[in-house]
Design a protein around this ligand. Structure first.
Ligand SMILES: [Zn+2]
Length: 463
């Protein structure tokens, strides 16, 4: 073999080896990695009924699920696989064989009910026309450390229906993982998502027409406004998904708006017959609450919402304060509306703190106080800062970025550094953590720390 011939053969062999390597690498890249721990199949059976099946790659003693209000899973889950039962350990639900033997798979069925779980993501929410919205988090098992297992989801819609998950819309989805590495809302049903410049929406057709029109008018304005104030889209990976379910029946006087926000998604459930007719009160609640939910998207994208030791009064109160600023900025509210809102918050906060401290309010299920006191604190902090709640939150979110939520200590430190007012920040800490003998007086003191000329609620004002 001549030197040249040898060289050309060597080159051919080298190219062949490289070619094979490229093919192998490409195949590895295009194939999703197998599920490391568990596969969760959610199948829509009929309307608001679903079947959930778990299959593990290795045998398990039990599947554990994070705590959920009351014994919800016990009441609502119909275990399909014989020999299994649910037990609880400090709120954590444990799905296992009754004889204690290991297993690799188990299935349940479940149907949506109309009962809202306060301060919890609704596991299943019924949508009109045979649709259902599923929150994957309540079906996603956790490990001993409380972290969610590495899971793949398979979704299947009922005949004539489809699954909608972020930008995807198909009858069946296999090996699905949230693009935001977080539990998500998944819609199963006949409705098709509508994509606009800012968002992808899915609106229940049983919603009153005026609500649908208001939603379509409000969301582009709200997202434009927040993008101007807080910077572009909250999540880079996805366009936000908004879901709206309406149950405008039942009690004639009822006007209830329940919202749940997740990274890149929020869902609204309207309850009560009073939604059927357009009213000033209905418009107010709908606009302000929708702005509140929309702002949660920016909060969660900045990691200032969603951590383990989150203090709910911070992000709920902050979202209320920013929503109220937005109501004024968008021309829906004037000074009188602001004053009325602040006066109601003062009443609700004082009532909630008569029973104990704000930091314990969630434990005693004083949820109204979290919003009302949180709002008043956001206002007081803005005054001490000589700015608005919106400007404060823009900088607070920048500070929180990269963290995974925060407790109140992070908030107090930021307030102290930002205002340079140690006395105010100490007073704020006491207001939050101590039981107060006279909550109304303490609220006035806090707001008096640095009153703004344009304040919606002057200290001591009563309405
Ligand atoms: Zn909220």
């Amino acid at each position: 073999m001549t030197g040249a011939k040898f060289l050309s053969r060597l080159l051919i062999v080298l190219f062949l080896v490289m070619g094979v390597a490229i093919v192998v690498v490409t195949a590895m890249m295009s194939r999703p990695p197998p599920p490391k721990e568990i596969e969760i199949a959610i199948e829509q059976l009929d309307g608001a009924q679903v079947r959930v099946a778990w299959r593990s790659v290795r045998s398990l003693e039990a599947l554990n699920f994070e705590a959920l209000a009351g014994a919800y899973r016990d009441r609502r889950w119909q275990i399909e696989t014989p020999g299994f039962g649910i037990s609880y350990d400090e709120g954590v639900a444990r799905l296992a064989r009754r004889d204690g033997k290991p297993f690799i798979g188990v299935a349940i069925t479940m149907e949506a009910d109309g009962v809202r779980l306060p301060k919890e993501y609704q596991p299943l929410a019924e949508y009109g026309e045979g649709g259902v919205l599923v929150y994957t988090g309540h079906f996603h098992p956790v490990g001993k450390d409380g972290a969610r297992l590495d899971a793949m989801f398979n979704f299947a819609a009922a005949p004539d229906a489809k699954v909608a998950a972020f930008g995807d819309h198909a009858a069946v989805m296999k090996d699905w993982k949230s693009p935001l590495a977080h539990p998500a809302f998944i819609y199963f049903g006949p409705l098709s998502p509508v994509e606009t410049t800012h968002v992808i929406t899915l609106i229940d057709l049983t919603a009153p027409q005026w609500i649908i029109e208001e939603f379509d008018r409000l969301t582009p304005r709200a997202f434009d406004y927040f993008a101007t104030v807080f910077g572009a889209s909250p999540e880079r990976e996805v366009k936000p998904n908004l879901f709206l379910a309406a149950r405008p029946g039942g009690n004639e006087g009822r006007l209830s708006y329940a919202g749940d926000a997740l990274p890149g998604q929020f869902q609204i459930t309207l309850d009560g017959a009073a939604w059927r007719t357009q009213s000033m009160q209905g418009e107010d609640i709908f606009r302000r609450s929708t702005l509140h939910e929309a702002f949660h998207l920016w909060q969660s994208a900045s990691a200032s919402l969603g951590g383990e030791d989150d203090a709910a009064w911070i992000h709920e109160g902050g979202a209320d304060a920013v929503a109220v600023d937005a109501m004024v900025a968008l021309g829906f509210w004037d000074g009188d509306d602001l004053a009325a809102f602040a006066a109601a918050a003062r009443r609700d906060c004082a009532a909630g703190l008569n029973e104990g401290s704000l930091s314990r309010a969630e434990e005693r299920r004083a949820f109204t106080a979290l919003y009302a006191c949180g709002y008043l604190i956001a206002e007081a902090v803005a005054r001490a800062d000589g700015t608005t709640a919106t400007a404060f939150w823009r900088d607070f979110m920048a500070e929180a970025k990269g963290g995974g939520g925060y407790g109140d200590g992070f908030f107090f430190d930021f307030v102290a550094a930002r205002t340079g007012d140690e006395d105010f920040s100490r007073a704020l800490k006491e207001f939050v953590r101590m039981p107060l003998a006279d909550p109304a007086r303490e609220i006035d003191r806090l707001l008096a720390a640095a009153p703004r000329a344009s304040s919606p609620l002057a200290p001591g004002e009563r309405r």
